[in-house]
Design a protein. Structure first.
Length: 502
């Protein structure tokens, strides 16, 4: 039997059209042109007149693997986007007003085969030989000490703060070097193939027609291709994620950047502060049913630091996901496919995962099997991210406003309730291999939000009391010694990747 592609029914995919630029569009263009550019004609269509949402400038560590896949040099990237290091997120006023904990990117590599590190820490705490959990997390301890360095054998797990608009420009240059073409203009209409129901072309306002075999929708919340044209419905998650509005702005830096993002809860939402080399990204996320735009703006402007570079711009959004992110010959990336508020900086990660899954399933021709596989993978990852974000609200002790009262009484997704109950009763973390947030992320957030397990795994009792103390003391000593050897975060970055001159 022949394996020729001529034996496969359908139109061969040779022309890829990306509708929309921004972070999603240029990440897709960079990855596809790098990996498959020699076999495809790639066109990205965007308009300078259409702005991007641009509220997220923080990432998670998986961006490193994306950069490795497409051959990005870290120093060049950091200098181009005026980036800083992110070791985690400082959550302030979440459990209670005045409380603070840090969700770091630590992996606690000292896990045993049958039990995670938290079980040994829990026994140590019971026997009064364990100090605070942060003393055993390298990234957390370094974040609190404002220190960073690259360690041998990838000994530090970190992400980035970056200027998203500069990142898109950086990726555009890379994409064009690998053969992708950019076309300026607004999309006036989407032309359908009458026989198949596939998208056949984008008709531009100037009358130009851009034909393609495969289309990627990066048109943001408009979802021009996947939603408006192909009619794929949207699953609303606003009963769990009630925030629907944001204001974002940029301010001058008043101090050196710290290696973590700040997420500061307030009466009807939360604020972010993301320090870059040259400025600070600020935003406030809130629920319009619990506060007014005027009150949110007034609170926001009264709390930001530094001189305002750009007046706050509003963003309206609906949390949720497309019922299918791949429909016919179209894949939706970024805001066109889903939106989970940026509390854990997952927006760019979800774009990255969509691109990675697309490359893994990239079709010679579009087939139902590839579509089903892609959608199943994305559905699972989106649910995981949704549950992790909802977790922060679900475990708060705050009852000081109607907003936090709502959080205390909302019914949780069964998948999330199971994770909470399991940890509370046993100290175990339900974790599926490949999920973004590892066991230690769930441990840090659940304990940071006040959930202390009733029990620990019996493996922790195998160690004698002296051996347990030596085990815990050894980890704590190694963490402290590594942190003390590190320079200040910005001192390190100034030598590693100096910011380009304005």
């Amino acid at each position: 039997m022949s394996n020729s592609t001529h034996d496969i029914p359908g139109r061969p995919v040779k022309r890829v059209v990306i509708a929309g630029g921004g972070t999603a569009g240029w990440m897709a263009a960079a990855a596809i042109s790098k990996v498959l550019g020699g076999t495809l004609d790639i066109t990205l269509v965007e308009s300078e007149e259409i702005g991007t949402v641009g509220v997220g400038e923080a990432t998670v560590p998986t961006l490193q693997s994306f950069h490795q896949m497409i051959g990005i040099n870290e120093q060049e990237f950091m200098a181009a986007v005026q980036g800083t290091i992110k070791l985690g997120i400082s959550f302030e006023n979440w459990l209670d007003i005045g409380d603070r904990y840090v969700h770091s990117f630590n992996t606690t590599s000292n896990d045993q085969r049958t039990a995670g590190f938290q079980h040994f820490w829990l026994r140590g705490r019971k026997e009064c030989v364990a100090s605070g959990y942060e003393d055993y997390c390298l990234e957390l301890k370094a974040a609190l000490a404002d220190r960073f360095a690259h360690l041998p054998r990838s000994g530090m797990n970190y992400a980035y703060h970056m200027d998203a608009s500069l990142y898109a420009k950086f990726l555009r240059q890379m994409s064009e070097r690998h053969g992708a073409r950019r076309m300026e203009g607004k999309i006036a209409d989407v032309v359908m193939d009458a026989e198949s129901g596939d998208i056949a072309a984008l008709k531009m306002e100037d009358g130009t027609s851009i034909e393609g075999d495969f289309f990627i929708d990066c048109t943001g919340f408009r979802a021009l291709l996947i939603g408006k044209t192909l009619g794929v419905g949207f699953e609303d998650w606003s009963h769990w994620l009630v925030n629907d509005s944001a204001l974002a702005t940029q301010t001058t830096a008043v101090r050196d950047a710290v290696p973590y993002t700040r997420a500061i809860a307030w009466t009807a939402g939360w604020q972010w502060r993301i320090p870059l080399q040259h400025r600070v990204g600020n935003g406030i996320v809130y629920a319009s049913r619990f506060t007014t735009d005027e009150d949110a703006r007034a609170h926001f402007l009264s709390t930001i630091e530094g001189e305002v570079i750009k007046q706050p711009w509003p963003v309206r959004f609906q949390p949720g996901r497309r019922e299918r992110c791949w429909e016919k010959n179209c894949v939706a990336l970024g805001l066109a496919g889903s939106f989970v508020e940026p509390l854990e900086s997952t927006t760019i990660h979800l774009i990255q995962r969509g691109i990675t899954h697309l490359l893994q399933n990239f079709p010679q021709v579009v087939t139902p099997g590839a579509i089903a596989q892609y959608n199943a993978q994305l559905d699972s990852e989106l649910q995981h991210v949704r549950d992790f974000v909802v977790l922060h609200y679900a475990l708060s002790n705050r009852r000081d406003t109607p907003y936090w009262e709502y959080m205390a009484n909302m019914e949780l997704p069964p998948s999330l309730q199971h994770r909470i109950d399991l940890f509370r009763e046993t100290g175990n973390v339900f974790h599926v291999p490949g999920e973004l947030f590892g066991a230690n992320s769930w441990v840090q957030v659940m304990m940071g939000q006040g959930v202390l397990p009733k029990r620990y795994h019996p493996t922790a009792d195998v160690l004698s009391p002296d051996d347990l103390k030596r085990f815990l003391d050894g980890i704590r000593h190694d963490v402290l010694a590594n942190v003390q050897r590190m320079p200040a975060h910005m001192d390190y970055l100034r030598s590693y990747c100096p910011a380009p001159k304005p």
